[in-house]
Design a protein around this ligand. Structure first.
Ligand code: PRP
Ligand code: ADE
Length: 177
């Protein structure tokens, strides 16, 4: 059942104190990738959410870098394509970019201009929601392309940081800390 799958996923997340800097409790999803059963459980739970909510999805949009680990698996299950949102300077051809704030300074994400057509229904995927800055920037990119955002999905949501409050689309998370 879904409870067993969630527990399986939860057992494959580790916490590292003070990484990458003091005061941050880093949630490491590498054990999920190392376990075929846990990775299948993540994909099953994402797929079950899409199907039970009857979400209409034309494209899965994944965030650099850890969104790339989960997004294509779900896209294959749904029989749709996968689009990469990359950190600036990595994509060839014409691109659209959005700057966003980090704790210190700013970063920029971008997609290829022809990646998403106006009106296409997209679901945005990442491994983890913290402050929400990254997902917010991805949503801005999708708005620039006039995509129809169906929601955002993450494996892990760090509730204390209230990232979901900054985001307009519905956030679906498997695990909350
Ligand atoms: C991490 C994580 C999310 C983002 C969440 O990525 O994978 O993408 O931070 O943080 P936020 O909600 O505060 O924006 P990171 O920028 O460390 O890059 P990586 O995936 O390339 O490791
Ligand atoms: N990205 C932002 N905050 C994070 C955390 N606490 N663990 C893993 N990835 C993160």
């Amino acid at each position: 059942g879904p409870e067993g799958k969630l527990q399986l996923v939860q057992r494959h997340v580790r916490a590292f104190p003070d990484f990458p800097k003091k005061g941050i409790l880093f949630r490491d999803i590498c054990p999920i990738l190392k376990s075929p059963a846990a990775l299948t459980a993540v994909t099953d739970l994402f797929e079950e959410h899409v199907r039970s909510r009857q979400l209409q999805v034309d494209l899965i949009v994944g965030l650099d870098a850890r969104g790339f680990l989960f997004g294509p698996l779900l896209a294959q299950r749904l029989g749709v394509g996968f689009v990469l949102v990359r950190k600036k300077g990595k994509l060839p051809g014409a691109t659209v970019s959005v700057a966003y704030d980090l704790e210190y300074g700013t970063a920029e994400v971008e997609i290829q201009e022809d990646a998403v057509a106006p009106g296409q229904k997209v679901l945005i995927i990442d491994d983890l929601l913290a402050t929400g800055g990254t997902l917010l920037a991805a949503c801005e990119l999708m708005k620039k392309q006039q995509a129809d955002i169906q929601g955002c999905m993450v494996v892990i949501e760090l509730r204390d940081l209230k990232g979901a409050d900054r985001l307009k689309p519905h956030i679906f998370s498997l695990l909350q800390y």
